[in-house]
Each structure stands twice: as structure tokens, then as C-alpha cells.
Design a protein around this ligand. Structure first.
Ligand code: C2E
Ligand code: MG
Ligand code: MG
Ligand code: MG
Length: 279
């Protein structure tokens, strides 16, 4: 619609909106077939313990190679899936696929946990914890090595009672709960103690642009999280300098391109060896 742009900004704005709506609709429709068409797959990105450079966990990241639309990123399609019940089926597929796949890794006996992103919309489905329990039994995956990552928005929904019950049930199974994208919301700091949480993941936006304000947020988050006995993980670590600054601030674990990009299998060529053994 570039040619018509001379007709005024209002018109251009409208046609942009229309294009966006059409794209969302196309994604929604294509996503409905994605599972049966085998277009979804998983990548894994290691999380590295600051104290000794060990891989403490792998985060599972969903990928979609659509026959119609090409590669679509989760930042684009997950919010669309969350608008409908689609996310419930997709989320269950991710959990099962991850548990089955990782059980097949030869090195899995050794120790790393597996962190799966779960939408708030999945958590509030009745018997979510029961579904997880059945899935663990079905795949033989040890509950104590499953981490569920939920975003801060978990604190913003009204059904607090239901959410804390579900998270408590998961906890009773032995599953860990990590709060993702920490620092981007407003209501969470004071409510961290209300639900049983094991770790917070500082949002990558603070790490990628570590100015004075971002530092203040990171330092504050570390202080409060540690007060509550929680582990602090920093995402988006792209350089050794960022890692060193985070280490000095007291972060417990890192995740980011500096260490390894998400990949389809176990991480072979991780360059964490130069991570100091202790700080
Ligand atoms: P997230 O859970 O916060 O995942 C971290 C994101 O940061 C991933 O993006 C990862 O590829 C990216 N990342 C890792 N290290 C770096 C780095 O050093 N620099 C930069 N710039 N980025 C880095 P990705 O894979 O595109 O996923 C985006 C988001 O989509 C995830 O953010 C998560 O919220 C959501 N998502 C992904 N898979 C699933 C899933 O299976 N279920 C649900 N509900 N959400 C998912
Ligand atoms: Mg995550
Ligand atoms: Mg995150
Ligand atoms: Mg995110």
C-alpha cells in the first residue's frame, strides 16, 4: 500500500491494521493444522549455573515451520494461540514431546532439569496439575527434574486462589515453578511469597540494555528474590561482559547466546569453560 501513502496518515494507519488483522487470522488458521501436519518442533537452550559452569537445565522453546507461512516465531504465534483454546492443546503437546525426547537423551541421567513454558491460560484449565501428573507417569519423566516457567502475568489474573492451588499441586508432585520475564510487570514483587515459586528469570530486556535503570531493576530483583530464598536466572546473556556484571551482582544462573543458542539437540559446543568456577 506504499503507493497510496500520499493520501494521508489515517488511511495508511487503517491499511496497516488490516494487514495485521489478516496476518493474525492466517496464523490462527494455519496453527490449527500445525500439530497434525507435524510442523511444530522443539529447540533446547541450556541454563548455566554461575557457581561452576554446569548446565543446570535446558529451556524448551517451541518452533513452527508452517507450510503456508514459512517460519513463524513464538513471540508472534503464542499470543494468538493464547486467544483461543489452541494453546491448551499445543501446550500439552510441548510438554509430552519434551518429556519423551529428553528421556531419550543419553546424557540425561546426569542431571540437568527441563524447563517448559506454560501459559496462564493452561494453568487455569481444571486438572492441569493432574494432566501433568499423568504425563509424567506416561513418559517416565522424573517430576523433580521438570520446571514450569510462567510469566509474571500469573499475578495479574483474578483467580488467585485457583492459581495458587494449581501451583501448590505441581509443587507437591516435585515440579519446580519459575517466574519468567521477571521485572516487566508491576504487581509481582510483593506477591512472590503468595505462591510457591523456586526461581525468577530476569527478563532479557534488562540484560540486553544494562543501563543505570536496568541495573537498578536487576539489583532490586536479586535482593528481593534472595530474601525469599529464590534462585535468580538472567536471560539474554550475549557477551562475557554482561556475564561478568551479572556475576558481580550475584545472579545464580545464566542463559543466552554467549553460552549457546537454542538448538534441536543436546548442546555439544557450549563455550562456558571460561566461566570462573566460583565468584
Ligand atoms: P522466554 O520464555 O522468555 O524465552 C527466552 C527467549 O529469549 C527465547 O526466544 C530465546 O530464544 C531468546 N533468547 C535466548 N538467549 C538470548 C540472547 O542471548 N539474546 C536474545 N536476544 N534472545 C535470547 P523465543 O524462542 O523466540 O521465544 C519467545 C517466547 O515465546 C518465550 O520467551 C516464551 O514466552 C514463548 N514461548 C516459546 N516456547 C513456548 C512454549 O512452548 N509455550 C509457551 N506458552 N510459550 C512459549
Ligand atoms: Mg521461558
Ligand atoms: Mg523470559
Ligand atoms: Mg519472553
Amino acid at each position: 500500500e506504499v503507493k497510496r501513502s500520499g493520501r494521508g496518515s489515517v488511511y495508511r494507519y487503517d491499511s496497516t491494521l488490516l494487514v495485521e488483522q489478516e496476518r493474525r487470522l492466517a496464523i490462527n488458521q494455519a496453527l490449527r493444522q500445525a500439530m497434525s501436519a507435524n510442523e511444530l518442533f522443539l529447540e533446547y537452550q541450556p541454563i548455566i549455573r554461575a557457581a561452576n559452569g554446569d548446565i543446570s537445565a535446558y529451556e524448551v522453546l517451541l518452533r513452527w515451520e508452517s507450510a503456508d507461512l514459512g517460519r513463524v516465531g513464538p513471540d508472534e504465534f503464542i499470543p494468538i494461540a493464547e486467544e483461543s483454546a489452541l494453546i491448551v492443546d499445543i501446550g500439552e503437546w510441548v510438554l509430552r514431546e519434551a518429556c519423551k525426547t529428553v528421556m531419550g537423551w543419553s546424557g540425561f541421567g546426569g542431571g540437568p532439569k527441563v524447563a517448559v513454558n506454560v501459559s496462564v491460560r493452561q494453568i487455569v484449565v481444571p486438572r492441569f496439575a493432574r494432566m501433568v501428573e499423568n504425563l509424567l507417569r506416561e513418559t517416565g519423566f522424573p517430576a523433580g527434574r521438570l520446571i514450569i516457567e510462567v510469566t509474571e502475568s500469573i499475578f495479574e489474573i483474578r483467580r488467585t486462589q485457583l492459581v495458587s492451588e494449581v501451583l501448590a499441586d505441581l509443587h507437591d508432585l516435585g515440579v519446580e515453578i519459575h517466574i519468567d520475564d521477571f521485572g516487566t510487570g508491576y504487581s509481582s514483587l510483593s506477591r512472590l511469597h503468595e505462591i510457591r515459586v523456586d526461581a525468577v528469570k530476569i527478563d532479557k530486556s534488562f540484560v540486553l540494555n544494562m543501563d543505570v535503570n536496568a541495573r537498578a531493576v536487576i539489583e532490586g530483583a536479586i535482593l528481593i528474590a534472595h530474601r525469599f530464598g529464590l534462585v535468580v536466572i538472567a536471560e539474554g546473556v550475549e557477551t562475557s561482559q554482561q556475564r561478568d556484571e551479572l556475576a558481580a551482582m550475584g545472579v545464580d544462573a545464566y542463559q543466552g547466546y554467549f553460552f549457546a543458542r537454542p538448538a534441536e539437540g543436546v548442546c555439544q559446543d557450549l563455550h562456558w569453560q571460561d566461566t570462573p568456577r566460583s565468584f
